[in-house]
Write a protein that binds this ligand. Structure first.
Ligand code: ZN
Length: 373
């Protein structure tokens, strides 16, 4: 009897009838489904086509969040004596993915190891293991696996994550060495450059800020360069500084290190905009205004820049205190808008991301100029 015949026969009987109990929707009764899954596993035997369908059924359950049923299908194949080892390996692999989806990271790791022992270093397994390591905050292992997969961008990313941990634990030397390794592996690693820039700032060295920024502006993709400055403005604004601690670098030194470097670049809307933000942070309002105006020459519809100009000129206008208060309110709202978007899937975020949390694209972040979307 073929699997299809089996399914047809079962559909004709009562046990495959859909129950429509209150609030249950169209689901099979738990006991019957378990029994059907077990019976199906007997039918598929060693027929390659049938095993494929059986594995696909498991994946269908997984995609619907019915992890337990998916796991049951894989286990049925794994314990089967005499099954072609390729299928056993596939069952372990899918079992790993089921466990990962269910949040059982240790069990997932074990299943992937079993699959790897049977199939060898297949990229699909290594990729699952790399993602699993990353999810479990095993950044060094994730970096190592991405290196074997020849994915330097991701490898560099997890080297930086490990460096951040080391720096927080007070191990600055080892952190520095991992950051250098990250840019060796992937010279455009914007996360490595941003972290290095933050460290240079924290060490109070304007010369180092200048050197790191000069090199980073060359190595990082043009469309990702704003991420460097977002990080630097955040650091300077004390986002990552313990309250009460003084800024390690004076505003004058910071402006002196960064602004001439930005002036040396080809005209670029975001470099002008972030230059203006840095100048604003450092209290240089006149210069900030002129940088915002440069931004608007290149991109007149950049309304966040336009609002900042308006705010900077409000003291010259004869606005009532009430009007000024309203203006500050809207400025505050506008600054907190989700300024970043994924170029691949359109996800909007209010903080920088290197790996899109929705579509899993790397370095797909862009600045949103048009907030009407
Ligand atoms: Zn995305």
């Amino acid at each position: 009897m073929s699997l299809l015949d089996f399914l047809r026969r079962k559909r004709a009987g009562d046990r495959f009838e859909l129950s429509l109990g209150p609030g249950e929707g169209e689901t099979l009764p738990v006991q019957d489904t378990r029994a059907a899954i077990d019976e199906l596993s007997q039918v598929v035997r060693n027929n390659p086509e049938a095993v494929e369908i059986y594995l696909a059924l498991g994946s269908l359950y997984r995609s619907q969040g019915e992890i337990e049923r998916a796991i049951q299908i894989r286990n049925n194949l794994i314990v089967r004596q005499g099954l072609d080892p390729t299928f056993t390996a596939r069952a372990w692999f899918e079992l790993g993915r089921d466990f990962r989806r269910g949040g059982f990271l240790d069990r997932a790791a074990h299943a992937f190891e079993q699959a790897r022992a049977l199939m060898g270093d297949k990229p699909a397994i290594l990729l699952e293991q790399a993602q699993l390591a990353a999810e479990g905050s095993e950044f060094e292992r994730a970096a190592e696996l991405y290196s074997r997969l020849n994915r330097p961008l991701a490898q560099a990313h997890y080297l930086v994550r490990r460096a951040q941990e080391l720096a927080q634990g007070g191990n600055a030397a080892q952190a520095g060495s991992l950051l250098r390794k990250a840019v060796r592996v992937y010279p455009g690693s914007v996360e490595a450059w941003t972290e290095s820039l933050g460290r240079a700032y924290a060490e109070g060295s304007s010369g180092q800020v200048k050197d790191v920024l000069r090199e980073a502006l060359v190595k990082v993709d043009r469309e990702m360069r704003f991420v460097l400055l977002e990080g630097l403005v955040d650091t300077a604004a004390g986002v990552r500084r313990a309250p009460g601690n003084e800024a390690p670098l004076s505003n004058r030194d910071l402006v002196g290190a960064v602004i001439p470097m930005l002036e040396d670049q080809d005209p670029d809307v975001l470099l002008f905009f972030y230059g203006a933000r840095l100048l604003l942070h450092c209290g240089q309002h006149l210069e900030a205004r002129s940088w915002l105006e440069k931004t608007l020459v290149l991109r007149p519809d950049f309304w966040l820049a336009r609002l900042e100009v308006f705010r900077l000129t409000k003291d010259e206008q004869s606005f009532t205190p009430f009007f000024k208060e309203q203006l500050e309110f809207f400025m505050d709202k506008a600054r907190r808008l989700r300024r970043f978007v994924c170029r691949t899937c359109g996800l909007k975020r209010d903080s920088v991301f290197y790996l899109c949390p929705r579509c899993r694209s790397w370095h797909s972040i862009a600045f949103r100029y048009d907030f009407s979307q």
